[in-house]
Design a protein around this ligand. Structure first.
Ligand SMILES: Cc1ncc(COP(=O)(O)O)c(C=O)c1O
Length: 328
């Protein structure tokens, strides 16, 4: 049924999947990569797939302005600004904190014509509602996209991505035992887990939590299960989803969200120098740090086959110049 749900074309699909020759040799285990850093929309990333469904929904509601929120270096906000251009919509972004860099995604948000509202982190939700209200008063039609595009509509992008991966694995007769990815607002992982149930994909999906420790977010897995359940409902997949469908490790939070320490820096340097692939400082750098630790800790068997899902974000490398140039 997912084929019957229209999406607004934004991404260049399928994204490549290939072996990481250098890293596999170095780590002593087979590692492939799925290149969603190459989704093709203004420097790409995982949000492009979600936005194909979200923009379609916005157009169906005759919206004229997209509103969303994120961190200062939000990849989601930058891709939303780009999607708005493609769809002929206006875009207003609520970014957390104060502008302390004009580089990276902040620069791209401006190039892409988005209107930016700098807002204290805790007030982002209320600010989006206020902006929507003001637009409505002026006779406009706003469409509010939640942080990270993580709702049932956005998650469909990753249900589709799992179908795409299944075909790619089929075509080369190679199947991972584990799919490893960064998880934060949860829509990407929720989509993949729904897609796994839909396709019967054999691998375990392992989310490396980027910002959700157990004390503050004990119900993160429940939240993802809820997104999966409503995504499944939309595509006529009659299946329950529970917290234990989600394998999430919370051990690799480092110094916290958006803070680049030696761990993320080392992971970024490692993949750049083993396979010439760039990771980002906030999500995939942390996720790769987690993956390398899991390999070192014996989480995998030597004959396991790992697929690292690259979710993009390299634009923010340029917002973290001093942390990344810091002596390793
Ligand atoms: C580069 C990158 N990777 C991973 C994620 C996490 O995806 P999700 O929020 O769907 O969990 C994000 C979210 O902003 C991201 O920008």
């Amino acid at each position: 049924m997912i084929d019957k749900i229209a999406r607004f074309p934004l991404a260049v699909l399928p994204t490549p999947m290939h072996v990481l020759t250098g890293l596999s040799r170095q780590a002593g285990i087979e590692i492939f990569i799925k290149r969603d850093d190459l989704t093709g929309l203004a420097m790409g990333g995982n949000k492009t797939r979600k936005l194909e469904y979200l923009i379609q929904d916005a157009m169906a509601q005759r919206a004229d302005t997209l509103i969303t929120a994120g961190a200062a270096q939000s990849n989601h906000c930058r891709q939303t600004a780009a999607a708005a251009v493609k769809a002929g919509l206006a875009c207003e972004l609520v970014l957390a904190g104060e502008q302390n860099s004009r580089n990276g995604n902040v620069l791209l948000d401006t190039l892409l014509g988005a209107k930016v509202h700098w807002t204290p982190r805790k007030e982002r939700q209320a600010r989006m509602q206020t902006i929507a209200h003001e637009l409505e008063q002026r006779g406009q039609v706003p469409y509010v996209i939640p942080v990270g595009g993580s709702n049932a509509v956005g998650a469909l992008g990753y249900v589709n991505a799992m179908i795409e991966l299944e075909k790619q694995c089929q075509s080369i007769s190679w199947w991972p035992t584990h799919v490893v990815l960064a998880t934060s607002s949860g829509g990407t992982m929720a989509g993949l887990v729904t897609g796994k149930k839909l396709t019967g994909f054999p691998a375990e999906i392992v989310g490396i939590s980027i910002d959700k420790g157990f004390d503050e977010f004990p119900i993160f897995e429940n939240e993802m299960a809820e997104i999966s359940l409503s995504a499944a409902h939309q595509i006529g997949l009659d299946s329950p989803f529970h917290a234990d469908d989600f394998i999430v490790t919370r051990e690799f939070l480092g110094l916290g969200y958006g803070i680049v320490g030696a761990e993320e820096r080392n992971a970024i340097y490692t993949l750049a120098r083993s396979d010439a692939i760039l990771l980002d400082p906030v999500y995939t750098g942390k996720a790769m740090y987690g993956l390398l630790e899991l390999i070192g800790n014996g989480f995998f068997n030597p004959d396991d086959r790992i697929l690292f899902w690259h979710t993009g974000g390299e634009a923010s490398l340029f917002g973290y110049e001093s942390e990344l140039m810091h002596a390793r």
